[in-house]
Design a protein around this ligand. Structure first.
Ligand code: PLP
Length: 294
Protein backbone atom coordinates (compact mmCIF):
# COMPACT_ATOMS: atom_id res chain seq x y z
CA UNK A 1 0.00 0.00 0.00
CA UNK A 2 1.20 3.47 -0.88
CA UNK A 3 0.72 6.01 1.90
CA UNK A 4 1.53 9.70 2.34
CA UNK A 5 3.80 10.96 5.09
CA UNK A 6 4.85 14.61 5.42
CA UNK A 7 4.71 15.45 1.73
CA UNK A 8 5.93 12.12 0.29
CA UNK A 9 4.18 9.09 -1.18
CA UNK A 10 5.91 5.89 -0.08
CA UNK A 11 5.25 2.20 0.66
CA UNK A 12 3.50 1.74 4.05
CA UNK A 13 6.43 -0.37 5.37
CA UNK A 14 8.78 2.56 4.86
CA UNK A 15 6.51 5.17 6.50
CA UNK A 16 7.72 5.62 10.05
CA UNK A 17 6.91 8.16 12.74
CA UNK A 18 8.88 8.99 15.89
CA UNK A 19 7.74 7.39 19.16
CA UNK A 20 7.80 10.94 20.58
CA UNK A 21 5.10 12.09 18.15
CA UNK A 22 2.38 13.75 20.23
CA UNK A 23 -0.20 11.77 18.30
CA UNK A 24 1.33 8.58 19.74
CA UNK A 25 1.99 9.96 23.23
CA UNK A 26 -1.15 12.09 23.82
CA UNK A 27 -3.56 11.39 20.95
CA UNK A 28 -2.85 15.05 20.18
CA UNK A 29 -4.16 15.29 16.63
CA UNK A 30 -7.19 15.49 14.37
CA UNK A 31 -8.36 13.51 11.34
CA UNK A 32 -10.79 13.08 8.46
CA UNK A 33 -12.16 10.21 6.41
CA UNK A 34 -13.40 10.98 2.90
CA UNK A 35 -15.28 8.45 0.78
CA UNK A 36 -14.13 8.20 -2.83
CA UNK A 37 -16.44 6.77 -5.51
CA UNK A 38 -14.92 5.88 -8.91
CA UNK A 39 -11.88 7.94 -7.87
CA UNK A 40 -14.02 11.03 -7.21
CA UNK A 41 -13.80 12.21 -3.60
CA UNK A 42 -17.27 12.92 -2.20
CA UNK A 43 -17.68 16.31 -0.49
CA UNK A 44 -13.93 16.89 -0.25
CA UNK A 45 -14.24 20.63 0.33
CA UNK A 46 -16.61 20.07 3.24
CA UNK A 47 -14.20 17.55 4.78
CA UNK A 48 -11.31 19.99 4.34
CA UNK A 49 -13.36 22.78 5.92
CA UNK A 50 -14.06 20.53 8.92
CA UNK A 51 -10.35 19.61 9.14
CA UNK A 52 -9.43 23.31 9.12
CA UNK A 53 -11.91 23.91 11.93
CA UNK A 54 -10.60 20.94 14.00
CA UNK A 55 -7.03 22.25 13.54
CA UNK A 56 -8.02 25.78 14.56
CA UNK A 57 -9.93 24.55 17.65
CA UNK A 58 -6.95 22.44 18.77
CA UNK A 59 -4.39 25.14 17.85
CA UNK A 60 -2.48 22.74 15.60
CA UNK A 61 -0.77 24.48 12.69
CA UNK A 62 -2.31 23.66 9.33
CA UNK A 63 0.69 22.81 7.14
CA UNK A 64 -1.13 23.04 3.78
CA UNK A 65 -3.40 25.36 1.83
CA UNK A 66 -6.75 23.98 0.62
CA UNK A 67 -5.24 23.57 -2.88
CA UNK A 68 -2.23 21.67 -1.50
CA UNK A 69 -4.48 19.36 0.53
CA UNK A 70 -6.52 18.58 -2.58
CA UNK A 71 -3.42 17.93 -4.64
CA UNK A 72 -1.91 15.53 -2.05
CA UNK A 73 -5.23 13.68 -1.72
CA UNK A 74 -5.66 13.27 -5.49
CA UNK A 75 -2.12 11.94 -5.79
CA UNK A 76 -2.78 9.41 -3.02
CA UNK A 77 -6.05 8.29 -4.68
CA UNK A 78 -4.30 7.87 -8.02
CA UNK A 79 -1.60 5.72 -6.39
CA UNK A 80 -4.19 3.10 -5.27
CA UNK A 81 -5.53 0.19 -7.32
CA UNK A 82 -9.16 0.55 -6.08
CA UNK A 83 -11.88 2.68 -7.68
CA UNK A 84 -13.86 3.17 -4.45
CA UNK A 85 -11.72 4.22 -1.51
CA UNK A 86 -11.84 5.64 1.98
CA UNK A 87 -9.12 8.27 2.28
CA UNK A 88 -8.01 8.69 5.90
CA UNK A 89 -5.81 11.65 6.83
CA UNK A 90 -4.57 12.90 10.15
CA UNK A 91 -2.49 15.78 11.44
CA UNK A 92 -0.77 15.56 14.81
CA UNK A 93 0.93 18.41 16.65
CA UNK A 94 4.31 16.82 15.88
CA UNK A 95 7.37 15.40 17.60
CA UNK A 96 8.69 16.86 20.88
CA UNK A 97 9.98 15.92 24.35
CA UNK A 98 6.97 14.77 26.36
CA UNK A 99 5.27 17.72 28.04
CA UNK A 100 1.53 18.40 28.13
CA UNK A 101 1.99 22.08 27.24
CA UNK A 102 2.54 22.80 23.54
CA UNK A 103 6.17 22.93 22.43
CA UNK A 104 7.15 26.27 20.84
CA UNK A 105 8.53 25.45 17.41
CA UNK A 106 7.10 22.19 16.16
CA UNK A 107 6.25 20.82 12.72
CA UNK A 108 2.93 18.97 12.46
CA UNK A 109 3.02 15.35 11.25
CA UNK A 110 0.70 14.58 8.32
CA UNK A 111 -0.20 11.00 7.53
CA UNK A 112 -2.66 9.76 4.89
CA UNK A 113 -3.69 6.32 3.69
CA UNK A 114 -6.45 5.07 1.46
CA UNK A 115 -8.23 1.75 1.91
CA UNK A 116 -10.87 0.05 -0.24
CA UNK A 117 -14.23 1.62 0.71
CA UNK A 118 -16.51 -0.68 2.69
CA UNK A 119 -20.16 0.38 2.58
CA UNK A 120 -22.80 -1.76 4.34
CA UNK A 121 -23.61 -4.93 2.37
CA UNK A 122 -26.85 -4.82 0.34
CA UNK A 123 -28.53 -7.39 2.62
CA UNK A 124 -27.95 -5.11 5.61
CA UNK A 125 -29.29 -2.10 3.72
CA UNK A 126 -32.46 -4.05 2.91
CA UNK A 127 -32.99 -5.67 6.30
CA UNK A 128 -31.62 -2.94 8.56
CA UNK A 129 -29.26 -3.50 11.46
CA UNK A 130 -29.40 -3.90 15.24
CA UNK A 131 -27.89 -1.34 17.62
CA UNK A 132 -27.36 -1.12 21.36
CA UNK A 133 -27.43 1.99 23.53
CA UNK A 134 -25.08 3.43 26.14
CA UNK A 135 -24.54 6.55 28.21
CA UNK A 136 -22.48 9.10 26.29
CA UNK A 137 -19.52 9.45 28.64
CA UNK A 138 -17.14 11.17 26.19
CA UNK A 139 -15.65 14.63 26.66
CA UNK A 140 -17.62 17.80 25.89
CA UNK A 141 -15.85 18.68 22.60
CA UNK A 142 -17.27 15.95 20.38
CA UNK A 143 -17.50 18.61 17.63
CA UNK A 144 -13.71 18.26 17.16
CA UNK A 145 -12.72 15.29 15.00
CA UNK A 146 -9.94 14.26 17.37
CA UNK A 147 -7.77 11.15 16.97
CA UNK A 148 -8.20 10.63 20.77
CA UNK A 149 -10.94 8.07 20.20
CA UNK A 150 -10.66 5.82 23.25
CA UNK A 151 -14.13 6.90 24.44
CA UNK A 152 -15.64 6.08 21.03
CA UNK A 153 -13.69 2.79 20.83
CA UNK A 154 -14.96 1.62 24.25
CA UNK A 155 -18.52 2.51 23.24
CA UNK A 156 -18.27 0.89 19.80
CA UNK A 157 -16.92 -2.30 21.43
CA UNK A 158 -20.21 -2.67 23.35
CA UNK A 159 -22.11 -3.05 20.07
CA UNK A 160 -19.36 -5.17 18.49
CA UNK A 161 -19.68 -7.64 21.38
CA UNK A 162 -23.48 -7.70 20.89
CA UNK A 163 -23.08 -8.30 17.11
CA UNK A 164 -24.74 -4.95 16.52
CA UNK A 165 -23.86 -2.26 13.97
CA UNK A 166 -23.64 0.74 16.29
CA UNK A 167 -23.88 2.06 19.84
CA UNK A 168 -26.44 4.86 20.10
CA UNK A 169 -25.57 7.38 22.78
CA UNK A 170 -27.68 9.31 25.28
CA UNK A 171 -26.51 12.15 27.49
CA UNK A 172 -28.82 13.34 30.28
CA UNK A 173 -31.72 11.44 28.72
CA UNK A 174 -31.20 12.95 25.27
CA UNK A 175 -29.87 11.51 22.03
CA UNK A 176 -26.44 12.80 21.00
CA UNK A 177 -25.06 10.56 18.20
CA UNK A 178 -23.58 7.06 17.86
CA UNK A 179 -20.01 5.83 18.46
CA UNK A 180 -18.99 6.56 14.83
CA UNK A 181 -22.07 8.06 13.17
CA UNK A 182 -24.86 10.61 13.50
CA UNK A 183 -28.42 9.57 14.30
CA UNK A 184 -31.79 10.57 12.84
CA UNK A 185 -35.24 9.39 13.90
CA UNK A 186 -38.51 9.54 11.98
CA UNK A 187 -41.86 9.97 13.73
CA UNK A 188 -45.12 10.39 11.82
CA UNK A 189 -43.19 11.27 8.68
CA UNK A 190 -41.01 13.96 10.31
CA UNK A 191 -37.25 13.41 10.20
CA UNK A 192 -35.66 14.61 13.45
CA UNK A 193 -32.10 14.96 14.69
CA UNK A 194 -30.26 16.89 17.38
CA UNK A 195 -29.00 20.28 16.19
CA UNK A 196 -25.24 20.64 15.83
CA UNK A 197 -23.52 21.46 19.12
CA UNK A 198 -20.35 20.68 21.07
CA UNK A 199 -21.90 17.28 21.90
CA UNK A 200 -21.89 15.80 18.38
CA UNK A 201 -19.60 15.64 15.39
CA UNK A 202 -20.94 17.86 12.58
CA UNK A 203 -21.24 14.98 10.12
CA UNK A 204 -20.69 15.58 6.42
CA UNK A 205 -23.23 12.81 5.68
CA UNK A 206 -25.65 14.46 8.17
CA UNK A 207 -25.45 17.61 6.02
CA UNK A 208 -26.02 15.63 2.80
CA UNK A 209 -29.09 13.93 4.35
CA UNK A 210 -30.43 17.31 5.48
CA UNK A 211 -29.93 18.82 2.01
CA UNK A 212 -31.52 15.83 0.29
CA UNK A 213 -34.50 15.86 2.69
CA UNK A 214 -35.04 19.57 2.03
CA UNK A 215 -34.64 19.23 -1.75
CA UNK A 216 -37.02 16.23 -1.69
CA UNK A 217 -39.68 18.08 0.32
CA UNK A 218 -39.39 15.73 3.32
CA UNK A 219 -40.35 17.25 6.72
CA UNK A 220 -37.29 17.82 8.91
CA UNK A 221 -36.75 19.22 12.41
CA UNK A 222 -33.64 19.85 14.47
CA UNK A 223 -34.57 19.40 18.12
CA UNK A 224 -33.62 17.66 21.35
CA UNK A 225 -34.68 14.04 20.94
CA UNK A 226 -35.30 12.14 24.17
CA UNK A 227 -34.29 8.55 24.82
CA UNK A 228 -38.01 7.60 24.97
CA UNK A 229 -38.56 9.23 21.55
CA UNK A 230 -35.74 7.18 20.02
CA UNK A 231 -37.12 3.93 21.46
CA UNK A 232 -40.65 4.85 20.31
CA UNK A 233 -39.62 6.14 16.85
CA UNK A 234 -41.09 4.77 13.63
CA UNK A 235 -37.60 4.72 12.13
CA UNK A 236 -34.01 5.23 13.32
CA UNK A 237 -31.13 5.86 10.90
CA UNK A 238 -27.39 6.21 11.40
CA UNK A 239 -25.31 8.20 8.92
CA UNK A 240 -21.59 8.36 8.22
CA UNK A 241 -19.17 8.55 5.30
CA UNK A 242 -18.72 4.78 5.30
CA UNK A 243 -22.21 3.67 6.42
CA UNK A 244 -23.93 6.28 4.21
CA UNK A 245 -27.53 5.97 5.53
CA UNK A 246 -28.34 2.76 7.39
CA UNK A 247 -31.65 1.81 9.07
CA UNK A 248 -31.50 0.64 12.69
CA UNK A 249 -34.36 -1.78 13.21
CA UNK A 250 -33.61 -3.06 16.71
CA UNK A 251 -32.33 -1.23 19.78
CA UNK A 252 -31.17 -3.20 22.84
CA UNK A 253 -33.05 -6.24 21.51
CA UNK A 254 -36.37 -4.38 21.01
CA UNK A 255 -37.89 -3.62 17.64
CA UNK A 256 -37.90 -0.09 16.24
CA UNK A 257 -41.22 0.54 14.46
CA UNK A 258 -42.22 -2.66 12.67
CA UNK A 259 -38.65 -3.99 12.74
CA UNK A 260 -37.96 -3.22 9.07
CA UNK A 261 -36.41 -0.25 7.25
CA UNK A 262 -39.27 2.25 6.85
CA UNK A 263 -40.55 4.24 3.86
CA UNK A 264 -38.67 7.44 4.77
CA UNK A 265 -35.44 5.45 4.97
CA UNK A 266 -36.04 3.81 1.60
CA UNK A 267 -36.69 7.22 0.02
CA UNK A 268 -33.60 8.78 1.60
CA UNK A 269 -31.43 5.81 0.65
CA UNK A 270 -32.62 6.17 -2.95
CA UNK A 271 -31.98 9.94 -2.97
CA UNK A 272 -28.51 9.36 -1.55
CA UNK A 273 -27.62 6.73 -4.17
CA UNK A 274 -28.93 8.95 -6.98
CA UNK A 275 -26.92 11.87 -5.69
CA UNK A 276 -23.78 9.71 -5.54
CA UNK A 277 -24.37 8.52 -9.09
CA UNK A 278 -24.66 12.13 -10.31
CA UNK A 279 -21.40 13.01 -8.59
CA UNK A 280 -19.67 10.04 -10.21
CA UNK A 281 -21.14 10.69 -13.64
CA UNK A 282 -20.06 14.30 -13.47
CA UNK A 283 -16.63 12.76 -12.88
CA UNK A 284 -15.52 16.05 -11.43
CA UNK A 285 -13.40 16.16 -8.39
CA UNK A 286 -15.64 18.62 -6.63
CA UNK A 287 -19.29 18.18 -5.81
CA UNK A 288 -21.92 20.07 -3.90
CA UNK A 289 -25.64 19.38 -4.10
CA UNK A 290 -26.06 22.88 -5.52
CA UNK A 291 -23.59 22.22 -8.35
CA UNK A 292 -25.21 18.87 -9.08
CA UNK A 293 -28.70 20.34 -9.28
CA UNK A 294 -27.59 22.92 -11.83
C1 PLP B 1 -18.57 10.21 16.40
C2 PLP B 1 -18.95 10.38 14.97
N1 PLP B 1 -20.10 11.01 14.66
C3 PLP B 1 -20.50 11.17 13.38
C4 PLP B 1 -19.74 10.68 12.33
C5 PLP B 1 -20.21 10.87 10.90
O1 PLP B 1 -19.46 11.84 10.24
P1 PLP B 1 -19.30 11.84 8.65
O2 PLP B 1 -20.70 11.81 8.09
O3 PLP B 1 -18.62 13.12 8.37
O4 PLP B 1 -18.53 10.64 8.26
C6 PLP B 1 -18.53 10.04 12.59
C7 PLP B 1 -17.69 9.55 11.48
O5 PLP B 1 -16.66 8.99 11.64
C8 PLP B 1 -18.12 9.89 13.94
O6 PLP B 1 -16.97 9.26 14.24
Amino acid sequence: MTVFLNGKLLPAEQATVSVLDRGFIFGDGVYELVPVYSRVPFRLDEHLARLERSLAETKIRNPYSRAQWRDHIYRLIDAQPHEDQGVYFQVTRGVAKRDHAFPKAIAPTVFMMSNPLTNPPQAQVEKGAPAVSAADNRWLRCDIKSISLIGNCLLRQLSAEANAAETILFRDGKLTEASASNVFIVKRGVIQSPAKSNLILPGITYDVVVELARAGGMALEFRDVTEAEVRGADEVWVTSSSKEVLAIVELDGKRIGDGRPGPAFRRMYQLYQEFKQKVMRAGKREATTEAMRA
